[in-house]
Write a protein that binds this ligand. Sequence first.
Ligand code: B12
Ligand code: SF4
Length: 518
Amino acid sequence: MGQLVHLINPSNDSFGVAVITPRWLYVLAAASGTRWGDPRLVDETLDPVDMTTIAAGDVVGIGIHTGNALRGYEIGRLARARGAWVVFGGIHATLFPDEAYECGGAHAVVRGDGDLVFERVVGDCMAGRPERLYDGGRVGGDEFVAARWDLLPPNRYMWASVQTVRGCPKHCSFCSVWRTDGQEPRQRGVDRVIQEVVELRRLGFRFIALADDNFYPVTLDDLAAARRRADPARLHELEELRQERFELMAQLARLPDDLVFYTQITMEAAEDPAFLDAMRRAHIKGALVGVESVTAEGLKDVYKGFNLAGDELVARLQAFRRHGVHVLGSFIFGLPSDRADTFDATVALAEKADVTFAQFVLLTPFPGTIDFDKWAAAQGGDAAVKVDGVPITRHWLIPQDRRPKLFTEHPTLSLEQIRVGTQGAWDQFYSWGRVWNRSRAVKSLRARLAFVLLSKLYRQMYANTGIATDSARVARSTRWARWLGMACRRLFVTSPMPDLAVPGREVINQWPDHATGV
Ligand code: B12
Ligand code: SF4
């Protein structure tokens, strides 16, 4: 057999099924080109990689974010030991290319977007001459490569993922997106998005996550500010971006009614009823909204002054629901202004505001963020406290079972109080009674059952495996998540629609026949 391309999504925990497809795997599969046949795709959130499938001379692409970098490096070293060419990419490799050579056995690293550059990288490796560093840059919206959904293993994922925009104009202190993807939104052409969605519905996917940094990149305030500044060029640019969003939503609205989209959006959209109505018509039934904190002090802590607190916050969140968009509220604990009663107050607010799902995350200094820079400087850089010989400022290199859950001393709470309070918030919000109550949001018994199972699965996957320090609890949760995942998956499958056409078009097959290259 000739040389093969392998693409591996690293994970310490494998659940057999997964909620959302890791989009980069399927995009890079397309970007690798057709010269070397179909790449082998391994998502370790499903099953661990079998290293014996990798042979000398093969190319192994590994995509990492900060949370899974250590596992990625382990795979890289093993692949290199088998004689393969090892290439790293993804947000963490973009921020720390040197680490991939030092710890992950990388021959090459791709910084930025892989869409346009990856085929050349694979070709160079196959020819035995990879460059050390490739700059994939920030590709334009119309150059985003469509994913190779034909390579998807059947019945393993509940949600597919399609991207409509990269980049976010905000600058939240805990987030790296605006720095790596840029603050200028790069919107993908409407036709391309629709083509991919249609392709997925043909395969039997009804649930599609829009893997966007921020689905609402132009707010009414941005438009008003451009008008005030009498800046017609900027105003025109913003209006065009906004108009394109509406066009996309109008096209999504023409697709089959059983489709359900979910996206990520800033809270300001609540003040834009026209946008929310367009979302509802477009079947965008859910959105992750970064609430972060329920107090004004907490919002100041994270440079998110554009959010509201207290009753105004409740009103804004309720506006989504009134317009038919369910909210997954995202809350951060461990902010300097948090107090012992913040945990209960946050859960109470989430419930009052009719939030359908919630996640409670611990403040983590992710590299590439303002918070990280400030925190690392305060730790004294490489002179910082070490765990197993690794400075805390490189916390992602500490083995997962030894890695601290929180990194900053808190002015009033102990770290254990914050961890236990956070676990308690998950436990309260996702107790059986409360989940069953919230399941009234959907109509049929089958949908209510799916809602309950998905809520429980979400909690097992994200809360217990991420926050618990007790390894027995983590192992139990992983088993539970596996079981729930199997049960949930069946509720998400639907009949394929092989003859579905793009509205106003004939049926076109998106992928060339890779066997013949036609
Ligand atoms: C959608 C999304 C999710 C979804 C779906 C995840 C999934 N299964 O795919 C959900 C909601 C589940 C999620 C969860 C989390 N996420 Co998230 N997520 C995103 C988001 C918005 C888009 C990712 C995406 O699919 N993009 C589309 C693909 C095509 O782009 P891409 O992944 O960037 O890949 C391109 C390049 O990076 C490159 N590339 C990638 N891999 C490789 C590999 C090779 C070999 C090469 C050559 C190139 C290459 O080429 C690709 C095409 O151009 C990003 C934001 C972002 N800009 O990355 C955050 C992001 C990745 N998430 C982030 C975080 C923190 C999380 C959570 C930890 C949040 C939490 N606290 O719970 C969890 C962790 C989940 C887990 N266990 O992995 C952070 C990561 C920060 C960091 N430094 O690592 C990001 C960057 C957002 C942020 N606010 O900073 N996430
Ligand atoms: S957290 Fe969301 S709104 Fe803030 S910069 Fe990141 S992507 Fe943008």
